[in-house]
Design a protein around this ligand. Structure first.
Ligand code: ACO
Length: 161
């Protein structure tokens, strides 16, 4: 799936994106150690699972890539993010979309690419049957997600090893 945005395109992640995706994700958190082999295995695992009632995969990782005047990709990855679609028992077996691991490479921040990616992922979830799309974020990013039309709801809890 590809969608145009002037000199940027959104498409699914691929094995060739390893280095550039790692670079983008480093603006979110620690990524290493992550080998090309492990990266490929995760992509392969993600592609294994499909939702029973629609054609969408469960794991949907998309990237934003810059393109040149001829429409060819420059080889960079400006942003990366995932929507994981959960099949529930409640609400008659409803679907919920979970947006995870959003990162815009610092070189491309402030160009509305984060907003474009969040809008794309949330529409993807809603168009594929999710009755809601949710995410967790730090306090410092609340303003960003409010600009993307998300509202505060509940509190994130966690337990860590
Ligand atoms: N707080 C408040 N407003 C913000 C913030 C922020 N932290 N960041 C951006 N905005 C505003 C912008 O000013 C802009 O407002 P405008 O439309 O009125 O001009 C709007 O939000 C859209 O901004 P973008 O240009 O789309 O933001 P950007 O492309 O820089 O992406 C992001 C924002 C994703 C937070 C980016 O800075 C980033 O990757 N940060 C590091 C990693 C990170 O924190 N990721 C999010 C983790 S949460 C998760 O994964 C679910």
């Amino acid at each position: 799936m590809t969608s145009n945005n002037n000199d940027f395109q959104i498409r699914r992640i691929a094995t060739k994106d390893f280095q550039q995706v790692k670079e983008a994700l480093n603006f979110l958190t620690e990524v290493e150690p992550l080998s090309q082999e492990k990266f490929d295995k995760v992509l392969e695992y993600w592609s294994t699972y499909k939702l029973p009632e629609c054609d969408s995969p469960v794991y949907n990782c998309f990237i934003i890539v810059p393109v040149n005047d001829s429409g060819d990709e420059t080889g960079e990855v400006a942003a990366v993010g995932t929507i994981f679609i959960e099949q529930k028992l409640i609400h008659g077996g409803a679907l919920t979309g979970h947006i995870e691991d959003i990162a815009v490479n610092a070189k491309f921040q402030g160009k509305k690419l984060g907003k474009k990616l969040i809008n794309y992922l949330s529409q993807y979830g809603l168009n594929n049957g999710c009755y809601k799309v949710i995410l967790d974020c730090e306090e410092k990013n609340i303003g960003f997600y409010e600009k993307c039309n998300f509202n505060r709801h509940g509190v994130e809890m966690q337990i860590r090893k």
